[in-house]
Ligand binder design. Structure first.
Ligand SMILES: *Cc1c(COP(=O)(O)O)cnc(C)c1O
Length: 718
């Protein structure tokens, strides 16, 4: 079946281009990327690397020429063979490590997945983590199936007005341009499932996304048969009010379990990535009770096969709903467990201040057999934050462990750096990248070669920033101050700090401007200037976040900083790649301990961009003394002004006394050896430990496999 009706047909010799384009596997395999780059480089760039759209728009002559070009065919054949290898591989880390668990699968539920900019179904860090988890599961052969939402109208683009106010425009998904296909049921027809919601039934279509060996199923309520308000339910990510939100979460949790069933999938373990999907528990209990279990037996079985990851130490980040909303929207879901309604509702009851509500995190904590936070420090914080859940249990024994986040190295590593690693760590470095010993070869990389790569990565970033500024200037006719604020006065050889993340108060985006005169002296220093590039969106409904963004933007417009502060708009995966690879230092100054983990600093560090950060989240365990810097103001407590002042002072001191001098300390050939020692330590220490490979192996060994073993032994007892 082809979905490209009306698209120019592919020449026979290269007719597997389509298969290559719709499997996001291509996005982290240089040999596959090379196919599309060579096919039409202009189009590759113009589509922001979207091979599906390329195949729609490419001139037929180009395809014909490619089909007759021996050099292209060599690259093409190699990529297709690699895809076949990856999909067919029988000898994977998973199969070697857990041969007894073959045939079982793990369902991974997440409200967002950030896999590639051509599939815009994510908002930020949570989605990136989920996307990286799936890609790594594919690499390791871990039999994961992802469940999420399609969000056809969901992706918001950020525009910044002349006053620095964030405005949003929503991009409707162009179905033809996205790497998706209808998921087919066992009868070969597109699979549609029904979800009871309130007093009605909502139909949910299912889309399939291929990520190498891993498949993702995306739920979509935008079907003609549904009422207009139900069609809207999956339209937008985190849009709407509490009512919309709870209905979305019912679709995700209850609809997701039903969707898997209708696709013939029977996962052995359910991993809830954040509390959004916790209604999975209700549907599973109900299925078990229908098959004859008591409520307690069902809960026990669900518990032994559910894994829950919690992601935020910010209390408002935990979804909760008034009980009447839960009762209203779950009305149709009870079925055979109607008699146990109160028991189920009690699983979610929690007083987060302001009286008991139905709290999705509490539901997941009480119903999952294994719960983890996303860094060691976040583990401690979570055990304390939810202390009332376990009134008699001392903190260290409360049942929340931690699995520190990691990033998918093949996705985030710069191509030129990867080639350098091939030369000095071995051609197959990527196969072994979570082995610490491999990275002991990093110090031996000649400084000159490493510096050359770092310089060229910074220049790519500047070309990208300048092109974006040019576009705004040409297409939107923004005024000259905004062209400056977009980064046109940045210099390609200047020490560049990057700060890119969601604009939220606890991340303190304006901290570096605490003493503007002192900062201006640092930025404008003769002979050793510094520049800062900001990027990030604010949640559309978060006016406080938008005010933070506005204050930063006004600094970028302010002549006192000499055009050395820039704001790059519309932060997404594409922009993130340029920034984490092209800056020199990654700045992170959240209010401790509110950053659960953070992952952008890991992406930067593996590319030789050391972290300059508060010792929060992953950095509390990642800092070794020589792989970056810790901002330590020495003041804690509730007086946030005093904490901010002390942290800002510590940040300035690090810049003045350590970061800037090391960067500009050059030898006769202009190579900064002292600087590169830190760069190398950042790569050497962060790449293996904070890789998604280490993370997915840890989830598999500590959580998935034990749960699957338990299930296997339970089954054999029956
Ligand atoms: C990595 C990434 C994030 C998460 O960054 P944090 O450091 O965790 O805030 C958010 N958005 C995009 C586009 C990313 O690539």
């Amino acid at each position: 079946m082809t979905r490209y009706i009306g698209r120019p047909p592919l020449p026979e010799r290269i007719n597997r281009l389509e298969e290559l384009a719709v499997d996001l596997w291509w996005s982290w395999h240089p040999e596959a990327r090379e196919v599309f780059r060579r096919l039409d480089y202009t189009l590759w760039r113009a589509t922001a690397h979207n091979p599906v759209r390329m195949l729609w728009t490419i001139a037929p002559e180009k395809l014909q020429a490619a089909a007759e070009d021996p050099e292209f065919l060599r690259v093409y054949d190699r990529a297709v063979a690699a895809l076949d290898d990856a999909r067919g591989a029988r000898n994977t880390w998973w199969s070697r490590s857990f041969p007894q668990l073959g045939g079982q699968s793990i369902a991974y539920f997440s409200a967002e997945f950030a896999l590639h900019q051509s599939l815009p179904i994510y908002a930020g860090g949570l989605g990136v983590l989920a996307g990286d988890h799936c890609k790594e599961a594919s690499d390791l052969g871990v039999p994961l199936v992802g469940i999420g939402f399609m969000y056809p109208q969901g992706y918001f683009h950020q525009h910044v007005s002349a006053e620095g106010w964030q405005e949003e425009s929503y991009e409707a998904l162009n179905w033809a341009d996205a790497p998706i296909e209808p998921a087919l049921g066992s009868d070969g027809k597109p699979c549609i499932t029904a979800v009871p919601l309130g007093d009605r039934s909502v139909l949910v279509a299912i889309w399939r996304v291929r990520v190498g060996r891993v498949k993702l199923y995306m739920l979509d309520t935008d079907l003609e048969e549904n009422a207009p308000w139900d069609r809207e339910l999956s339209a937008r990510l985190y849009g709407g009010d509490r009512e919309t939100r709870i209905q979305q979460e019912i679709i995700l949790g209850i609809g997701g379990v039903r969707a898997l069933k209708s696709l013939g999938s029977d996962p052995g373990v359910f991993h809830l990535n954040e509390g959004h999907a916790a209604f999975v528990i209700l549907q599973r209990i109900r299925d078990l009770v229908e098959h004859g279990s008591t409520f307690d037996q069902a809960l026990e079985e669900v518990r032994s096969t559910t894994i829950f990851t919690t992601h935020t130490p910010v209390p408002a980040g935990h979804d909760q709903f008034p009980f009447h909303l839960v009762e209203k929207h779950l009305a149709g879901c009870w079925g055979t467990i109607g008699a146990h309604r109160d028991r189920f509702l009690a699983l979610g009851a929690y007083d987060n201040g302001g009286g008991p509500q139905f709290n999705m995190t509490a539901l997941a904590l009480r119903s999952a057999g294994a719960t983890n936070a996303v860094s060691r420090l976040h583990g401690e914080v979570t055990r304390n934050m939810f202390a009332p859940m376990w009134p008699d249990v001392p903190a260290p024994e409360r049942p929340v462990t931690s699995v520190t986040n990691g990033v998918h190295v093949p996705t985030w590593i710069a191509g030129e750096l990867s080639q350098l690693f091939c030369k000095y760590l071995g051609e197959d470095w990527i196969e072994h990248h979570d082995e610490a010993a491999l990275w002991d070869a990093v110090p031996a990389i000649p400084d000159e070669e490493l510096w050359k790569v770092r310089q060229s990565l910074r220049r790519y970033l500047f070309t990208f920033v300048r092109e974006r500024a040019r576009q705004r200037w040409m297409e939107e006719h923004v005024g000259i101050p905004r062209v400056v604020a977009a980064g046109t006065l940045l210099e390609p050889d200047t020490l560049t700090l990057g700060f890119a993340r969601r604009f939220a108060g606890y991340k303190r985006p304006e901290l570096v401007f605490h003493d503007p005169e002192r900062l201006a002296r640092i930025l404008n220093a003769a002979g050793r200037p510094v520049q800062i590039i900001f990027a990030g969106k604010s949640h559309p409904a978060d006016d406080i976040g938008k005010h933070h963004l506005q204050r930063v933007y006004k600094r970028a417009l302010d002549p006192m900083f000499g055009g050395r502060v820039a704001f790059v708009d519309d932060y997404d995966l594409h922009v993130a790649h340029f920034l984490v690879q092209g800056c020199d230092v990654w700045l992170n100054n959240p209010r401790k301990p509110l950053e659960a983990s953070g992952t952008s600093g890991m992406k930067a560090a593996i590319n030789g961009v050391p972290h300059l950060s508060i010792g929060d989240g992953w950095w509390a365990e990642g800092f070794t003394g020589s792989n970056g810097w810790v901002i330590e103001g020495g003041v804690s407590g509730d007086n946030t002004e005093a904490v901010d002042a002390a942290d800002a002072d510590a940040l300035y001191r690090l810049l003045e006394e350590e970061v800037v001098p090391a960067f500009y300390d050059r030898d006769k050939s202009d190579v900064p050896h002292r600087w590169l020692a830190t760069v190398k330590e950042a790569i050497r220490t962060v790449a293996p430990r904070f890789s998604a490979r280490r993370m997915v192996k840890e989830y598999t060994e500590r959580m998935y496999a034990p749960a699957l073993e338990r299930r296997t032994s339970l089954k054999s007892e029956v």
